[in-house]
Design a protein around this ligand. Structure first.
Ligand code: FES
Length: 189
């Protein structure tokens, strides 16, 4: 178990990708009164953008920079620091496997190998058919039940390599049907 460096600088400079709609910009602006500066709205802006576009495109980074009155590099710094944010389009389902010590002790490495073999992608990548994006995280706050994996917003505990295929294909892995905050959701229109 260790911190991991992920090369996410493979950004196609020729394609800036989609920008922010007026509704998304308006939702980001609603956060301004809650924070001491526009710059402090960086994380809400990125969450809302990723919810709206599926990722944070280069064009969106520039537009967020304009909204928050910061250099575009300041936005890219944050996007590439947090593994939660993606710089290329995400698949329909996001799979997050814990690589923390508790999960690793309980067999997480074998689960990781099985996921990567089944999907044919390495960490922080999207399958060619756009069905899945896959990433690892340090801890999913389910350390008593390792290995843990999260698909969209549904947690799977005590996962064994033999469970991977069934879990990946489970249609019940979309957002949980329980009351949840829509604070960072994309605006509904
Ligand atoms: S170490 Fe895996 S959930 Fe905490």
């Amino acid at each position: 178990m260790s911190w991991q460096t992920i090369d996410r600088n493979k950004v196609d400079q020729g394609d800036l990708g989609p920008g922010l709609s007026d509704d998304v910009k308006a939702k980001i602006r609603t956060f301004f009164p809650r924070y001491p500066s526009k710059r402090a709205v960086m994380l809400p802006a990125l969450h809302i953008t990723q919810e709206a576009l599926g990722y944070v495109s280069l064009r969106a980074m520039r537009e967020i920079a304009d909204l928050l009155e910061v250099p575009p590099a300041a936005v890219m710094d944050v996007v590439t620091f947090y593994t939660h944010f993606w710089t290329h389009p995400k698949g329909k389902k996001t799979i997050v496997l814990c690589r923390g010590i508790s999960c690793e002790l309980m067999g997480g490495k074998a689960v990781r190998a099985q996921i990567e073999k089944t999907l044919g992608v390495a960490d922080h990548a999207t399958t060619a058919d756009g069905r899945y994006s896959y990433m690892t995280e340090e801890c999913l706050a389910g350390c008593d039940w390792g290995p843990c994996m999260l698909i969209n917003e549904k947690m799977h505990k005590c996962v064994k390599p033999g469970d991977v295929e069934r879990i990946l294909n489970d249609p019940g892995n979309d957002k949980l049907d329980i009351p949840r905050s829509d604070l960072f959701d994309a605006p509904h229109k």
